[in-house]
Design a protein. Structure first.
Length: 426
């Protein structure tokens, strides 16, 4: 992909209506608008989950647009992190109430793909596992990630990469609402530097970028031109790549009133200008020329503006996900051997066969030699079919579920066509 006002732009921070009480447009509408702008790719980075990812990727494929997938996560920072405020006792809401919007720092995390040298499916898998781990870490309904979780899944779930030089599977974008962006907004450049250094020390070198957002608001507000310039300057100073985004919440400028309603609903407050997140009407899926104009305004330097647009396109190319090879759309999905506790290098088919043969003596304890021979012949036939179809982990996953049920003293039985399978019976 190339960058510039004539070659296209890629939005890398985009929320859809699948972001509960935050995004205002459907994935299909966002894709259609990007196609109208002639943009070659588009990201979907909904808040806290990947609920619209497959629907978005399918719509993008129909429109001939390359899909980029990510998530917008709240991040709880440990007390020993540079500049972290002292731990405070959580406020108890009044009876019947709830803390509806803690307003924690947030980051955008993108899955990287083949363009970054990541094997097919690994970036998407790491993103899915990160979201799951985040929901398990936070309270129900309030998912909160940690820098350590982000670092772990950048490396595919390990503390360190399996092989030296292995590319990061995820890319973390630190934008205006991150801990770094908030420090700059508070005019604490020293603190922002320290926080950025902490991220650099934790994440893989190719797993971090700074997100520059200019919504044209008054100076001193998040996402203003001055705030964007400070973020870009800090990225350049630290040698961290920077990308330009519009932090999109709606497809068209006219949808901004819907965003206001969503903000009020999320915070359970009256619809009033005092409670709005936005300070301008920006936040829509802008065209390429408009984003080139934003880059020029933030940088005040035509060459730096060109490089900012080019780096955005480069990051997009590294994070494009292939619908079939990365996401598995249209292919068969089976449980992974590692999830079932099968060690690397062990054939799941051999594990299944061993389990079945070991159960023959129990299930057919009273069988004579002739009947036992018939049973084993039938078992060999069924195992051959399972092996040919590549389904051993499916049968082992079903067996694991049945074992859990029986351990709890609950009756369980097969139904449908599976009731006639000897492998299932064993």
């Amino acid at each position: 992909m190339a960058a510039g006002p004539d070659e296209g732009f890629v939005h890398l921070h985009v929320a859809s209506g699948f972001s509960m009480r935050y995004g205002a447009s459907t994935p299909e509408t966002l894709v259609a608008r990007a196609a109208q702008h002639g943009q070659p790719a588009l990201a979907l980075t909904d808040r806290d989950g990947l609920y619209g990812a497959i629907r978005f990727a399918t719509a993008a494929a129909r429109a001939g647009i390359a899909p980029v997938l990510g998530v917008d996560l709240a991040v709880g920072l440990p007390p020993d992190r540079p500049g972290s405020p002292p731990a405070r006792r959580a406020r108890t809401p009044v009876r019947g109430g709830a803390v509806v919007d803690p307003r924690l720092p947030r980051v955008v995390v993108l899955a990287r793909g083949g363009g970054a040298g990541v094997p097919h499916g690994r970036g998407w898998a790491a993103l899915v596992r990160l979201v799951t781990a985040t929901h398990q870490h936070g309270e129900r309904g309030t998912p909160v990630s940690t820098p350590e979780l982000l670092a772990r899944w950048c490396r595919g779930g390990s503390a360190q990469p399996a092989h030296p030089g292995e590319p990061s599977r995820l890319l973390v974008l630190l934008g205006p609402d991150s801990d770094v962006g908030r420090a700059l907004l508070a005019r604490r450049r020293d603190l922002a530097r320290a926080r950025l250094r902490a991220w650099q020390a934790l994440l893989p070198r190719d797993g971090l970028a700074v997100e520059v957002v200019d919504h044209g608001g008054p100076e001193g507000t998040s996402g203003s031109c001055g705030h964007a310039a400070l973020l870009l300057g800090l990225a350049d100073e630290a040698g961290v790549p920077a990308v330009l985004t519009a932090a999109v919440r709606h497809a068209d400028p006219g949808d901004v009133r819907t965003v206001d309603v969503l903000d009020a609903a999320r915070r359970l407050v009256v619809l009033d200008s005092r409670h709005l997140d936005r300070v301008t009407g920006a936040g829509h899926l802008a065209g390429t020329a408009a984003m080139a104009g934003v880059a020029a305004e933030v940088t005040a330097d035509s060459d730096r503006a060109r490089r900012l647009l080019a780096s955005t396109i480069t990051v997009a190319a590294q994070c494009v996900q292939d619908g079939r090879r990365d996401l598995g759309i249209g292919s068969v999905h089976l449980p992974e051997a590692a999830i079932l506790g099968i060690p690397d290098g062990t054939d799941p088919q051999a594990v299944l066969a061993q389990r079945c043969r070991a159960a023959v003596g129990t299930r057919y304890a009273a069988a004579g030699e002739r009947e036992r021979h018939t049973v084993l012949a039938r078992l060999d036939e069924e195992l051959a079919v399972v092996a040919e179809l590549g389904y051993p982990t499916y049968f082992l996953a079903v067996a694991a579920v049945v074992d859990l049920i029986r351990e709890r003293g609950v009756r369980v039985a097969a139904r449908g066509s599976g009731a006639g399978s000897l492998v299932n019976y064993l």
